[in-house]
Design a protein around this ligand. Structure first.
Ligand code: DI6
Ligand code: FE
Length: 397
């Protein structure tokens, strides 16, 4: 199939946004066989069926590279408590927060979790998302961590979307291991990881490095285990305080370090050297009414790739809009619309270790979003508006 009469963005062309005007794309077997100026279309393509996209913009399908979208219940009551003065940390320490979602997730059936997760993923799909990462971490026992990851895999079977799963057993301490973080890691987290890997449920391993979660020392064995199983790592780092998470992540050549509000320029240098992507999560910053923004200027200066993601979760970012995330990255953190664009395409792919999507190039997966806009800056500029015309996943749609 040939798509013609369109503007391409997100190609590897040396132009802002990778723009190619007056373009065409040849899709074959779920892959991009050729793309470029329509006047350069190869001879062999001349007899093939083609479709006129009437000048629309075609970008890579969007990638949401950090979500916790499989969970039970919701935390609207906690939202209310925070607006009445309680802090996120206060709520976590008094048994609310992540551990209340853990209780609801343990109680939920696999079918119930799937139904709720599909509602969330459908919203992402409606905005042109073709790849989503989904973390575990609301089980915190072997059975429920595996249940969450199975549901995440099912999301990818029920919908035409690529799902990458991340094991986040080191997300919080469950109440049965209160005051025993090392015991939890040794006796629940690591065995759950091993079993999940045996079932083929894990694409990467993550941890939450924070005063209300785990220290770098406590997370070390989790990363060691990941390495011994050949899995890439990523880390929730420097979100609420500076704990040395970026250092831990870069020492292990992590794919990404995520959040990073309290990261420093030294952290940015370490990340640049390790090839670790900075995943920027403005939804959590906004919801928690944080005041310290991540060091975007330092990431820019040291050429650390910046991805943007929803962090979709019931506590700190109950958000399923990647377009709104792009807008927030610009408005709250001073990212440029072009950085926001690459942050949900090329750099989001890098944060997941993917090299066959996130940019439009020959041989890449034909994951595309077709938009009713004339310039890609409009994707980050508008608020609460969805200009998606059509989404194509692996050549279909
Ligand atoms: N950081 C986050 O933003 C989420 N997890 C994490 O490690 C929040 C999870 C929650 O509050 O339920
Ligand atoms: Fe998160």
């Amino acid at each position: 199939m040939i798509l013609r009469n369109l503007t391409l963005a997100g190609t590897t062309a040396d132009a802002p946004y990778g723009l190619i005007p007056d373009g065409a794309i040849w899709i074959e077997g779920g892959l991009i066989r050729w793309l470029g100026r329509e006047t350069d279309l190869p001879e062999e393509a001349s007899g093939l069926a083609s479709e006129d996209l009437q000048g629309r913009l075609v970008t890579p399908g969007l990638i949401d590279c950090h979500t916790h979208m499989v969970f039970g219940g919701n935390r609207a009551a906690e939202f209310e408590m925070r607006l009445n003065g309680a802090s996120y940390e206060d709520i976590a320490k008094s048994g609310g927060g992540i551990v209340s979602t853990v209780a609801a997730t343990r109680d939920a059936s696999e079918a119930g979790l799937l139904t709720d997760a599909l509602g969330r993923v459908d919203h992402l799909i409606s905005e042109g998302v073709t790849t989503v990462e989904i973390k575990s971490g609301y089980g915190l026992d072997i059975e429920t961590e595996l249940k969450m990851l199975r549901v995440a895999r099912q999301v990818g079977q029920e919908r035409s979307i690529q799902v990458k799963t991340t094991f986040l057993g080191a997300h919080a301490l469950p109440k049965e291991h209160k005051n025993d973080p090392d015991g939890y890691i040794a006796n629940a987290c690591l065995p759950a990881l091993e079993l999940a890997v045996q079932e083929g449920l894990v694409d990467a391993v993550d941890g939450f490095c924070e005063t209300i979660a785990f220290s770098p020392e406590q997370l070390e064995p989790v990363f060691e285990k990941a390495k011994s199983m050949g899995l890439p790592v990523k880390l929730h780092a420097e979100q609420l305080s500076h704990m040395g998470g970026a250092q831990l992540a870069t020492r292990h050549c992590a794919l990404s370090a995520d959040h990073l509000e309290y990261a420093t320029e030294d952290d940015a240098v370490l990340m640049a050297n390790a090839g670790t992507v900075a995943v920027i999560l403005p939804g959590a910053f906004y919801t928690l009414k944080e005041t310290q923004a991540p060091p975007i200027e330092a990431f820019r200066k040291h050429k650390v790739p910046m991805a943007l993601a929803t962090d979709c979760n019931p506590g700190s970012s109950p958000m399923t809009s990647l377009l709104l995330t792009m807008n927030m990255g610009c408005t709250l953190f001073g990212m440029t619309p072009e950085e926001a664009f690459w942050g949900v395409t090329r750099d989001a792919a890098a944060a997941l270790g993917l090299c066959d999507c996130g940019t439009l190039a020959e041989g890449h997966s034909a994951d595309l979003a077709v938009w009713d806009v004339s310039h890609p800056a409009e994707l980050a500029y508008r608020i609460g508006f969805n200009p998606l015309h059509r989404r194509i996943c692996k050549g279909a749609g």
